[in-house]
Design a protein around this ligand. Sequence first.
Ligand code: TLP
Length: 338
Amino acid sequence: MIDLRSDTVTKPTEEMRKAAYSAEVGDDVYGEDPTINKLEETAAQLLGKEAALYVTSGTQGNQIAVLTHCRPGNEIILESESHIFYYESGAVAALAGVQTRTIKGERGEMCPKLIGEAIREADQHFPETGLICLENTHNRAGGAIISIDNMKDIYKVGREKNIPIHMDGARLFNAVAASQKPVTEFTQYCDTVQICLSKGLGAPVGSILAGSKEFIKAAHKWRKRLGGGLRQAGIIAAPGLVALTTMRERLIEDHENAKVLADGLANITGIQLVNKVDTNIVVVDVSGLKMNSTEFVEKLKQKDILCGTFGPNLVRFVTHFNVSTEDINQTLKIVHQL
Ligand code: TLP
């Protein structure tokens, strides 16, 4: 099987498995797991934030961010196809009791002026705006990089009106690798950031939520409330540390493979490339093949290639370190024959 459904399917490397085996552990609810402590310190330093918290998933990290920044009845501003809005099962409503104000972006980038206009004035009729959320890279915009300039302008709007910014940076290191800019160039323009260790970086589980010391202290309590207090979890944090320290630079290989795939697919009659490929995600429209996305995905599955539906006619392919350039060429060969 060539699995291009997501970079979440990556299997831990040998080094990660060895790190898990030999991890020093303790009870993290007592703050005594040295491996988790090291992971959190390393992540905070790397991301240019005062503190960090190890959480079970990207969704948990984002939800804890919303819960910590907001109060029930607040409104949060976010892009209309952002993961927090689109793919987190309505958790911001169910858990944090906030309502969403979505803004349609251009390749995932929201217009700072529109954000400024969406921030609520003080009025008894209005909810209070509690948070602005960004997503970098933007999944449904096809792994698009949100530019540092756009982030800076949104941050300015947030600061003027005293609204914090949270970045869903599930794939932030893809943006970093592709743009060859330090990660802190991005994170300086958000108050809190969530990064996934379990996507392109390849760890089996876990995310990091980073921010100020005060914020992380409050976030820690929310993690506990959500049942996310873990015990000898150094065993899973150890591969996360390997992921964070050794797997970032190689992401450019995934981006190169994504470009080969995108160019090849674009040359196949009936297939239309939908996104400009900045990183590791390729989205195509298959309606020209006289089939819908479900049929396309099923046909490829029969030939041992996995990809995912992304809309009635849209299909998403995601490259990662368990997919080689030969696998990409094989995929193209099979799609040609459909
Ligand atoms: N994305 C998954 C699916 O949930 C769609 C994928 O296969 O791409 N933020 C962003 C931008 C994400 O893409 C994801 C996962 C998450 C957050 C959530 O991470 P997890 O799956 O760890 O909860």
